[in-house]
Design a protein around this ligand. Sequence first.
Ligand code: SF4
Length: 215
Amino acid sequence: MYPESDLLPISALQHLAFCERQCALIHIEQVWTENQFTAEGRALHKRTHSQHAETRGGVHTERGMPVRSLELGLAGMTDVVEFDENGVPFPVEYKRGRPKKGKMDEIQLCAEAICLEEMLGKAIPEGALFYGKIKRRKTIRFDEELRALTRAGALRLRELLSSGTTPPPVYGAKCKRCSLIENCLPKIFSRDKKVGLYVSRMLEKPIGEDTEATE
Ligand code: SF4
């Protein structure tokens, strides 16, 4: 169990599941580049959170609910949580694009569900991801495999952030979708193995050892 004062953002877990380097750039080095997609995503979340709670057809809907899990050591805010007539929560996370190849959205949603379970004492078997491009919900079951992935991700996130070290880039298909590609320059370092190796070594060393800090 982690204390309230030592909780990490659930959003960082999603970044980690996408790419450890991206997670470290954002959460260790505080690098952030806004582009059309990140701006649209932020606007979508803002719109979703600003709508009021409502009850319709026996379903009560809460928006922008703060959640946390002391077991996972994570805290964040859900987009939408629907409560059925028995009070069972059904979290829904809004995404501007399409379903992705990796499990990052599922892991983020599962972390929110584990938070809600811990806070409300209710088992949550499933939730949904709503994708703006296809305007459809995808139901996600919180099975043992996804829960294990989420717990392992939370542990790895803590390990990465407390190391204070940004991993070197590994160029892949996901880089084309990454808002930090201009900051990361993965192609250059992946193309030139010697440069990549050099950068990896430098990243593992503290500033001042074989390198100079710039002002
Ligand atoms: S450009 Fe690629 S390697 Fe670099 S942070 Fe983004 S996803 Fe990771």
